[in-house]
Design a protein around this ligand. Structure first.
Ligand SMILES: Cc1cc2nc3c(=O)[nH]c(=O)nc-3n(C[C@H](O)[C@H](O)[C@H](O)COP(=O)(O)OP(=O)(O)OC[C@H]3O[C@@H](n4cnc5c(N)ncnc54)[C@H](O)[C@@H]3O)c2cc1C
Length: 436
């Protein structure tokens, strides 16, 4: 049996490795349009800022590990531009065709491009190949970041920490609206001290002006920058499948079931190019996140080898470090809970990360959404300079397992002064909900 995987990222390499590990007799080959497979895209901001010095440090396993030890064929610099599902063949840019018995499509996503794509010193971030190119040119000190989503905020903070002068262009009226402002207010105050923030601002024109870029925004403000980095969203890499007959949703995602099967027999899809679903609502969603991609790939590979696994959905759990702040969210917001027919309540807690007598603590700002009818916790958002990440992941685990607030209250979290208060903000939040 010949398994062909398109895309050597998290999902593709997980699928290839799992299928081969479970069933040695499968012939597995991976086609990758770039020069790297199996690397940490999530480390790219840290490579751009210089925290990570060498691009190779982001590679999980070298190609030789796959070829020599796992007996998986890897073909880099091979871009698939068409698939013929009837003849079971893929077509490569340049003309070559390769046949398969089973296909995994794991082509990920790409930055949303605009009219400035391709201009000198204007960058869009996605791949390690691209990041290497960007770092080669990122010598200027004055950098504009366009887009205040997770990636834009992360890169802005990282570059600022490492000595660049950064301007953030946001189309929103308040910065970083994806997290409730009650949670992020301290972080945003700090961010604005370090980074010049332009709100309600769309970049309308970029002009090369000698060695710098002259940027005009929708308010008529003109600034000069050495580089402009766009972080204005991503789109799934599925254009090459247009007209192929495979089911694709209105946003361009390949529709899969919980076994990662697509609408075409013997064709699987996984990762950022495929649909996911919400663990709580069951609704069809997009979760372009590293762990989700790895798990979807694992499920696809296992099913291909005949060991049936079912993907169980995700909560869209997102964590980001912005300066010293650990910011994250998971599950449903109030708005989404209402839309999905819940009777939600919201608890806002402001507490301390450590016993108040123990040095080094910080504020923890926590928002929890729960259902009045069942008591179940539905969502959480957090921001803290100390232990925000572990608290968010604790809450994610509670939500994922369908825990109610009373059980969360009685949950036996470990306590010691350097790590929390006796009544950690998580327990305080659960306790407050029980008074409702
Ligand atoms: C800068 C950055 C930071 C991130 N940080 C985080 C984070 O902190 N936490 C988190 O959870 N997620 C993060 N993500 C998202 C995470 O990296 C992705 O969700 C994950 O990599 C998706 O894996 P994938 O295998 O679906 O796609 P990818 O890893 O993108 O792999 C897809 C591969 O397919 C190849 N390909 C595409 N089209 C073709 C074609 N036609 N033919 C052949 N090959 C093709 C691509 O070159 C690519 O290597 C980040 C992403 C970026 C870009």
């Amino acid at each position: 049996m010949k398994l062909l995987v398109i895309g050597g990222g998290a999902a593709g390499m997980s699928a290839a490795s799992k299928a081969k590990r479970e069933k040695q007799e499968i012939e597995v080959n991976v086609l990758e349009s770039g020069n790297f497979v199996s690397y940490a895209q999530c480390g790219i901001p840290y490579y751009l800022s210089g925290v990570v010095e060498k691009p190779e440090s982001l590679v999980h396993y070298p190609i030789t590990e796959f070829v020599e030890n796992r007996h998986i064929g890897i073909m880099t610099d091979k871009s698939v531009d068409k698939v013929n599902f009837v003849e079971k063949k893929i077509h490569l840019k340049g003309g070559q065709e390769i046949s398969y018995d089973i296909l995994v499509i794991a082509t990920g996503a790409s930055p949303r491009k605009n009219q400035f794509y391709g201009m000198k010193n204007v960058f869009f971030i996605r791949s390690l190949d691209g990041a290497i190119e960007i770092r080669k040119h990122l010598h200027g000190n004055n950098i504009a970041i366009v887009g205040d989503g997770i990636l834009g905020m992360e890169i802005a903070a990282e570059l600022s920490i490492h000595g660049k002068s950064v301007t953030m262009y946001s189309k929103h009226s308040s910065l970083f609206p994806m997290v409730d402002s009650r949670i992020t207010s301290d972080m945003i105050d700090y961010f604005k001290k370090k980074i010049e923030v332009k709100l309600n601002s769309l970049v309308e024109d970029i002009h090369e002006n000698g060695e710098t870029l002259r940027v005009t925004d929708s308010n008529g403000t003109i600034l000069h920058h050495d580089h402009v980095i766009f972080a204005t969203g991503i789109i799934p890499n599925t254009k090459f499948l247009e007209g192929s007959g495979i089911k694709i949703d209105e946003t361009g995602l390949i529709v899969v079931n919980d076994e990662m099967k697509t609408s075409i027999e013997n064709v699987y899809a996984a990762g950022d190019c495929a649909t996911s679903f919400n663990r709580i609502t069951g609704g069809h969603e997009w979760h372009p996140l590293a762990q989700v991609a790895n798990k979807m790939g694992r499920v696809a590979g296992s099913n291909i080898a005949g060991k049936i696994m079912h993907y169980k959905g995700a909560l869209g759990t997102t964590l980001v470090k912005l300066f010293d702040y650990e910011v994250g969210f998971t599950g449903l917001t109030m708005e989404k809970a209402i839309k999905n027919g819940f009777n939600p309540g919201e608890i806002f807690v402001q507490g301390l990360s450590r016993a108040k007598y123990y040095p080094g603590g910080s504020q923890v700002k926590l928002l929890m959404v729960y259902d009045h009818d069942t008591g179940k916790i539905l969502g959480a958002q957090i921001c803290s300079k100390d232990g925000g990440a572990w608290r968010l992941n604790t809450l994610e685990t509670a939500i994922y397992s369908g825990m109610d607030m009373e059980t969360l209250f009685y949950n036996d979290l470990g306590y010691t002064p350097p790590f929390s208060q006796v009544w950690d903000p998580i327990i305080t939040g659960a306790s407050l909900s029980m008074r409702d």
